[in-house]
Ligand binder design. Structure first.
Ligand SMILES: NC(=O)c1ccc[n+]([C@@H]2O[C@H](COP(=O)([O-])OP(=O)(O)OC[C@H]3O[C@@H](n4cnc5c(N)ncnc54)[C@H](O)[C@@H]3O)[C@@H](O)[C@H]2O)c1
Ligand SMILES: Nc1ncnc2c1ncn2[C@@H]1O[C@H](COP(=O)(O)O)[C@@H](O)[C@H]1O
Ligand SMILES: O=P(O)(O)OP(=O)(O)O
Length: 264
């Protein structure tokens, strides 16, 4: 692929969108992972205000360290980049305490998604007070393949600059953008759990495998055409994609038959 041309295309797209929306630039949550590193580097290259925010919630120190090193690198390279750290751990723990009377034995998934939604709330707060839009970090496999994001959490964004790129293509952009090797080699994780769970552990397949399955489905292939691990991955992808339709499709609206608007 033409990596540099794709970078230029996205940077121009971000610039034009911000100009039309009459905003000063973008705010991006920085996790120490590849997607947010690439999106923030693209925003930085627009020359527009770019606010990079770390939002730790009982976060693993190595993730925060990678995030801070990335932000420091961007700030050194671009005068339009600013940094902010907002520890959301006390907010999250207050939330945990306030729902403690209603908590079932296992609400780990609901709490994981709560972390993501608290981050979204903080990003919109800092976006609004600074005249910035929230730049999303979802890629094509996460957003339109397996729906591996939190609805109204990290899925709640104003623009999606890399959502037409597969995860492997995001890595190509990262190399071209000079993203630090520590981020490029980090294992993808959503960092939403108290004990580490990589994306691959959660989904049961790696991103390259899921991309392969996404392509097979797009070509109209069926599970019977595969055996062994390929069939397993195909099934995982199809199951996750089916379960995520409510996030991939527009929110269902209950349409009212027009005759019901007439007097009875
Ligand atoms: N990019 C990442 O790596 C990343 C980021 C955040 C979350 N995640 C992962 O993504 C997963 C998110 O979990 P999830 O999908 O259960 O949470 P979600 O909150 O995104 O979606 C579940 C919610 O959607 C609604 N819903 C469910 N079925 C529906 C339907 N048929 N129609 C309309 N609404 C419906 C319900 O309100 C339900 O609580 C987790 O495994 C989390 O770890 C990954
Ligand atoms: N700790 C974090 N600080 C700021 N922003 C974060 C943090 N963790 C996640 N984010 C944002 O959410 C998306 C999705 O995160 P996953 O790690 O893939 O779940 C990430 O790209 C950041 O923008
Ligand atoms: O969204 P990020 O930046 O956290 O990347 P990853 O999901 O690869 O950890």
């Amino acid at each position: 692929m033409q990596t540099q041309a794709i970078i230029n295309h996205i940077v121009l797209w971000l610039k034009n969108y911000a100009t039309q929306a009459k905003v000063k630039g973008y705010v991006v949550g920085i996790s120490g992972g590849i997607d947010s590193a690439v999106v923030s580097a693209l925003c930085a290259k627009t020359g527009l205000d770019t606010l990079c925010i770390t939002l730790p919630i009982r976060q693993a120190p190595d993730q925060l360290q990678r995030a801070n090193a990335h932000i420091a690198q961007l700030c050194a390279q671009h005068p339009n980049v600013r940094a902010h750290n907002q520890d959301l751990t006390p907010t999250f723990e207050q939330f945990e305490r306030s729902v403690s009377g209603s908590r079932p034995q296992d609400d780990a998934l609901a709490m994981a998604n709560t972390r993501s939604r608290l981050r979204m709330t903080a990003l919109y707060y800092f976006g609004q007070i600074n005249g910035l839009l929230v730049a999303g970090t979802g890629n094509k496999v996460e957003d339109f393949g397996v729906g591996f994001f939190t609805k109204y959490g990290d899925g709640g964004v104003d623009v999606s600059p890399i959502a037409d790129l597969l995860k492997t293509q995001v890595y190509e952009l990262a190399k071209e953008l000079g993203i630090h090797a520590d981020i490029i080699t980090a294992t993808p994780t959503d960092g939403l759990w108290d004990t580490e769970r990589t994306d691959e552990q959660q989904m049961g397949a790696s991103y390259p495998e899921l991309e392969w399955a996404m392509a097979q489905v797009a070509q109209g292939k069926s599970r019977e055409q595969f055996t062994g691990r390929q069939q397993e991955v195909f099934d995982i992808y199809v199951r996750l994609n089916r379960m995520a339709q409510h996030k991939i499709q527009p929110i269902p609206v209950c349409h009212i038959p027009t005759d019901l608007f007439q007097a009875a």
